[in-house]
Design a protein around this ligand. Structure first.
Ligand SMILES: [Zn+2]
Length: 152
């Protein structure tokens, strides 16, 4: 379990959060139901996906912070050709976290029921069995789920 050399590119990740040493804390937290984003110590803005440099101001002092998981559906689409590990059709959405960053992920729900701007929450999910995720076998993935009664 030590000294692994992560492959730089596993092929057609296509915007997915890469699996590597840098993002390991994200996956570890997710397996416990927590969703981590990065926050810049300089401009105090949160961002995702995590990277060692703040995309807003270029500062390199960034740290992991736990997001609330609360989000709004910013955009969504239905894809009839599903990526490996998903059943077609798959609903994909861009959700805007309460903390600011927009995250691309699968949306759980019925296409016809989704509305732009509706409240969603990030949830830890699992891939279908039989899909080889390599290093992440058995670890959680994530999706967004509509929140039908958010009482504030
Ligand atoms: Zn910054």
């Amino acid at each position: 379990m030590n000294g692994s050399s992560d492959p730089d590119d596993s092929g057609d990740g296509g915007g997915a959060l890469e699996i590597g040493r840098y993002t390991r804390p994200f996956w570890s937290a997710l397996s416990e139901g927590d969703f981590l984003v990065h926050e810049c110590r300089d401009c105090n803005r949160a961002f995702f996906p995590p990277a060692p440099v703040c995309p807003h101001c270029g500062a390199t002092e960034v740290e992991w912070v736990e997001a609330s998981g609360e989000a709004e559906l910013y955009s969504f689409t239905r894809q009839h050709t599903a990526p490996p590990g998903f059943d077609a059709p798959v609903l994909l959405g861009l959700v805007e976290l309460a903390e600011g960053p927009r995250v691309l992920c699968a949306i759980e729900g019925e296409y016809g029921d989704l509305e732009l701007g509706q409240a969603v929450e990030l949830v830890a999910t699992e891939y279908d069995e039989g899909f080889d995720r390599g290093d992440l076998s058995g670890e959680a993935f994530f999706a967004a789920r509509p929140v039908h009664d958010r009482s504030e």
